[in-house]
Write a protein that binds this ligand. Structure first.
Ligand code: PDD
Length: 261
């Protein structure tokens, strides 16, 4: 009730949680911002998540964790005394071959006006604007919706962060002073891209700049690094996945596997 809960999503590679550290850190931060206790220690939670993976017999996919304030009579203010938080975990299968084929084709995005609350840095389950944006994308035959703020700048996607390789070859993604989720994939990729010798700037871009860019892509635990080939029906670059996004996808998957637990 009240969307009074936070969530996390880990990619799952060969039965192991990908890029785990950043997701646990963000979970603790989201819970802290809402004064919900960690349901158990990080070590215990890792064991429980892995047990859910094992019992579902899934090797490649996604692990979803939701922590809500707990079970109490409906009241807007926090229950007193504080309750043990409630935990829901689901594990879902991803067909990695199909995901790679999709990445090789690239996806379309559409833009939509930013319509969310002012604390998108907290990963709450209050996702109604995201649901509506994603449905708008689906109806347009697109995979993602990019929110555009009052200044005409892309904030992020409905369930991913947004990037371009601009006309000068600079990798750009919005800074986290803006009202966006601090994507774990985004953070790891900033490092990986710099290590690979790319010039990277945390600086916003407009949809027009995305259309003038060499490449565009999105990042997230679900999409990993996914090339974007059109925005609002117009092609980005050559209208097909570019070399930078394709290489970064490979580097990120290697990183997620290498850090997995
Ligand atoms: N979504 N921005 C938003 C609004 C998101 O919901 C997500 C993740 C991201 C990317 O964050 P990360 O790299 O930490 O996954 C950015 C998850 C996957 C989801 O809602 O299913």
């Amino acid at each position: 009730q009240f969307a009074d809960a936070v969530y996390e999503v880990w990619s799952l590679f060969d039965g192991r949680l990908g890029d785990p550290e950043g997701h646990f850190q963000r979970l603790e931060r989201s819970l802290g911002e809402l004064a919900i206790d960690m349901p158990m220690s990080r070590a215990a939670l890792t064991l429980v998540l892995k047990e859910a993976v094992r019992r579902n017999r899934i090797r490649d996919g996604l692990v979803y964790l939701q922590v809500s304030r707990g079970v109490a009579p409906r009241d807007h203010a926090f229950p007193r005394p504080a309750l043990p938080p409630s935990v829901v975990i689901t594990v879902s299968r991803v067909d990695r071959a199909a995901a790679e084929a999709r990445a090789a084709r690239g996806v379309a995005v559409v833009t939509t006006p930013e319509s969310r609350w002012g604390r998108c840095d907290i990963k709450t389950v209050g996702l109604l604007p995201n649901v509506l944006a994603k449905q708008k994308a689906r109806e347009a035959g697109a995979a993602e919706a990019w929110y555009v703020d009052d200044l005409g700048l892309v904030t992020e996607g409905a369930s991913s962060n947004a990037w371009i390789v601009d006309a000068d070859g600079v990798l750009r993604t919005r800074d986290t002073n803006a009202n966006i989720l601090r994507g774990v994939t985004r953070l790891s990729l900033l490092d990986l891209a710099r290590q690979a010798g790319h010039k990277v700037e945390e600086r916003p871009f407009t949809p027009q700049e995305a259309l003038a860019a060499r490449e565009a892509f999105i990042t997230g635990a679900g999409t990993l690094v996914l090339p974007v080939v059109s925005v609002d029906g117009k092609p980005v670059g050559e209208g097909k996945p570019g070399p930078v996004a394709t290489t970064l996808r490979r580097l990120y998957i290697e990183h997620a596997k290498a850090t997995s637990v």
